[in-house]
Design a protein around this ligand. Structure first.
Ligand SMILES: *Cc1c(COP(=O)(O)O)cnc(C)c1O
Length: 384
């Protein structure tokens, strides 16, 4: 996968739509990324932390029973659910915390919706001794009480945002505002491949480990590449991470699975959205004809976001990846069926990818091989 161009665009998507006060901070971040990425010591530490603290490499697992009634094609799971904190998000927060330390920043700032990114940021804040402020919509603070509890236990300050719809989009606006006031000493940890340049590029490079490991593991074990790679798409970081390992293998089909929601409300930005600007970059988003961001819905809390990373918009337009959607009901069914047939409780977000993979398996022929990014574990979804 290529770097975005000098202005931060993937084709016509991306860029940097931010207030003047943040331009300097983004330039500083861009220079820090360039220096860190060229420094073997940065990557040595990143890989050491992923090994000893996160538990990488995560395994790949061949499903025994989930699709056996409809297909003989091997269905493989990349087990990001086995990571410390239970999902792929920690790969990114480890890399950003190391960058913050290198830049001499003394505090971390993050926004979170479902709370998973907040927990992953609070975790690295505790590990590296950096104070963490997390901004979260008031409704989400209520809905995600367990994650709020974990963040506070890890020493983070959780700030409840009461403006707008009191959800992720409002928390993000508030976090931007706070960052603008404190850019000198504060590092803003973004949780997906969204936001102003260079964040989508930074987060992709930190999640690429998923695809790089998976490609090697599949080749080692099966002596061939997968025919299809499948991942759920909220902002798009777990999908970009696994896609990045296979982007230069044109015979491997890449599938992003968005949240189809229910009753006419979804979070399928690529499938049902139009082009616009949200949270600092140009991409697809769910908006009304006059540009108001629309309310979204998904049973997978981590997919419930009106935008999507600009590189996914580019992959869609270029035809390199295809995007489909799975409804709440289909995801819930896959969630239960997968748990019963494989002994793994997936995150509801991941269950969207798992549901689509079953459909795909039924259409595939001998010799094909399907790889799914199992982005996280489902313990967090059991209280609902
Ligand atoms: C946050 C989250 C997602 C969605 O975020 P992406 O940036 O699209 O990957 C998916 N799965 C799990 C388990 C998550 O926690």
């Amino acid at each position: 996968m290529k770097k975005p161009d000098a202005r931060g665009y993937f084709g016509e998507f991306g860029g940097r739509f931010v207030p003047e006060v943040l331009v300097g901070a983004l330039d500083e971040l861009e220079r820090a990324i360039e220096s860190a990425f060229a420094d073997p010591a940065y990557w040595d530490e990143y890989h050491a932390v992923l090994r000893d603290f996160v538990g990488r490499p995560s395994p790949i697992y061949r499903c025994e029973r989930y699709v056996a009634d409809v297909s003989a094609v091997p269905l493989l799971m990349k087990r990001e659910d086995t990571n410390h904190t239970g999902a792929h998000k920690i790969n990114n927060t480890v890399g950003q915390a190391l960058l913050a330390r290198r830049m001499g920043k003394r505090r971390l700032l993050a926004e979170t919706g479902a709370g998973q990114h907040g927990v992953a940021t609070a975790t690295v804040g505790a590990k590296f001794g950096l104070p963490v402020d997390v901004y979260m919509g008031a409704r989400d603070v209520e809905r995600q009480a367990l994650n709020v509890h974990v963040m506070r236990l890890l020493g983070a300050s959780v700030h409840s945002v009461t403006s707008g719809t009191q959800t992720l989009k409002d928390a993000t606006n508030e976090a931007f505002r706070v960052w603008a006031e404190r850019v000198e000493d504060t590092f803003y940890v973004i949780g997906s491949v969204v936001g102003a340049h260079p964040y989508p590029y930074l987060v992709r490079e930190l999640q690429k480990i998923v695809g790089v490991e998976a490609r090697r593991q599949v080749l080692d074990r099966y002596r061939r590449l997968p025919s299809d790679v499948v991942a759920c798409v909220g902002g798009g970081s777990n999908a970009i991470g696994i896609f990045a390992g296979f982007a230069d293998d044109p015979q491997v089909k890449l599938w992003g699975v968005e949240a189809g929601g229910e009753g006419g409300k979804s979070a399928a930005s690529l499938g049902a959205g139009t082009i616009g600007v949200l949270h600092g970059s140009r991409s697809y988003l769910l908006q009304s004809a006059d540009g108001q961001v629309l309310p979204t819905h998904s049973i997978g809390a981590g997919l419930d976001y009106p935008g999507v990373g600009p590189e996914h918009a580019f992959l869609k337009e270029s035809g390199r990846a295809a995007y489909v959607s799975v409804t709440d009901a289909q995801a819930l069914e896959a969630f239960g069926a997968f748990a019963r047939s494989e002994g793994i409780v997936p995150a509801l977000e991941s269950a969207h990818a798992i549901a689509f993979a079953r459909k795909l398996a039924a259409e595939r022929r001998a010799g094909d091989l399907i790889l799914v990014n199992l982005s996280g574990r489902g313990d967090k979804d059991l209280a609902r």
